[in-house]
Design a protein around this ligand. Structure first.
Ligand code: TXA
Ligand code: MG
Length: 324
């Protein structure tokens, strides 16, 4: 465990810490990542401890640009090639055969690796200067909502990591789309900002295993992370279609988040409403955290429409409510 966590701004400082086996949280266009040298077993081990992450859940490996794919993966498959050509850099992770130099702790012993090229100038600069593949899970304690603000990252990881890059900016607010590209048919393992419809335009056969329709009858778990509790605040989360169905019990501190237009009960301790699904997605994790800070006991969450980025938001909402 690290005794004190420093706030830093310079990509050079972040890269030097990473090269020395340190743990550094930095912003990406999705959520903050907690970075570590993916080739350093000892450092990777520290990261699992810092997050309290089960060692069976593999980490995504980040490289600075698509041309550096071979820093993490042993080969590019045809589906990965077309996906990277279309969506890299961006909120996409392609699962590929692993390169030997990537620590097997990173991949939880799997022969595959999740490869991602973040579309964020600071993240890209840090990885480029570090000069090695950087494993980076979301920068939160395992099971908690992902951090989308440096203060939220510090809230979870202060004293457990070496540094946090003190930089907030607009972010998508949800993690990358994870696509298994190892087989003949590309398979979406975790929905994200790159939608299955967008992928289908270039890979017509693409399928998705993480959908509400098949979540109960899917025997093969291809993405180990989908097994563990995720995105959960301390408050209990209830999914609702509209705020009209909320009835706040006496003594309950309730919160609501959803889309406009709304007519919320007066008895709420806090609420937030968004005019677009994109804004809702960007703010969702931070709303859950803010509810915890305000000692809310029940959070009513309006389910997002199941289209575009709403599909990914809905997936996170179901998990936050413990329904996946
Ligand atoms: O947007 C993101 O992807 C963020 C930023 C920081 O890049 N990272 C992120 O990492 O969300 P994490 O560790 O919170 O989620 C990684 C997901 C997990 O569901 C994990 O099981 C899956 O990716 N994953 C990683 N490597 C895999 C592999 N080799 N095969 C299948 N799934 C994999
Ligand atoms: Mg995560």
């Amino acid at each position: 465990m690290t005794a004190s966590t420093v706030l830093i701004e310079s990509p050079r400082e972040a890269a030097d810490l990473l090269r020395g086996g340190g743990l550094v949280a930095f912003p990406t266009e999705t959520v903050f990542g907690l970075g570590v040298d993916a080739t350093n077993d000892e450092a990777v081990q520290k990261l699992f401890v810092a997050k309290g992450r089960p060692s069976s859940n593999p980490l995504i490996v980040h490289v600075a640009d698509a041309g550096r794919w071979s820093d993490a993966a042993a080969m590019l498959t045809p589906s990965a090639e077309v996906l990277l050509a279309e969506f890299a850099p961006g909120p996409l992770t392609v699962v590929l055969p692993k390169r030997a130099e990537v620590s097997s702790l990173v991949t939880a012993g799997l022969g595959t690796v999740g490869l991602r090229i973040p579309d964020h100038p600071i993240a890209a600069e840090i990885i480029r200067l570090a000069g090695r593949p950087i494993a980076a899970p979301s920068a939160n304690r395992s099971g908690r909502p992902s951090g989308t603000r440096w203060r939220s990252v510090l809230e979870d990881l202060d004293g457990r990591v070496d540094a946090v890059v003190q930089q907030d900016g607009p972010s998508l607010g949800l993690e990358s789309t994870v696509v298994d590209c190892t087989g003949p048919i590309a398979t979406v393992l975790r929905p994200g900002a790159v939608t299955t419809e967008q992928i289908r335009r270039i890979l017509p056969d693409v399928r998705e295993i993480v959908s509400a329709a098949n979540r109960c009858d899917q025997p093969v778990v291809l993405s180990p992370g989908t097994l563990h509790p995720h995105y959960q605040p301390h408050a209990s989360v209830h999914l609702v279609d509209s705020p009209t169905s909320i009835s706040v019990a006496r003594g309950d501190r309730a919160a609501y988040c959803g889309l406009l237009p709304v007519d919320t009960p007066d008895s709420l301790a806090m609420h937030a409403v968004y005019s677009t699904v994109g804004e809702y997605a960007a703010a969702f994790y931070e709303f859950l955290r803010e509810a915890d800070r305000n000692e809310v006991t029940t959070i009513y969450v309006q389910l997002a429409p199941d289209e575009g980025i709403g599909h990914a938001l809905r997936d996170r909402q179901l998990r936050a409510a413990g329904e996946r």
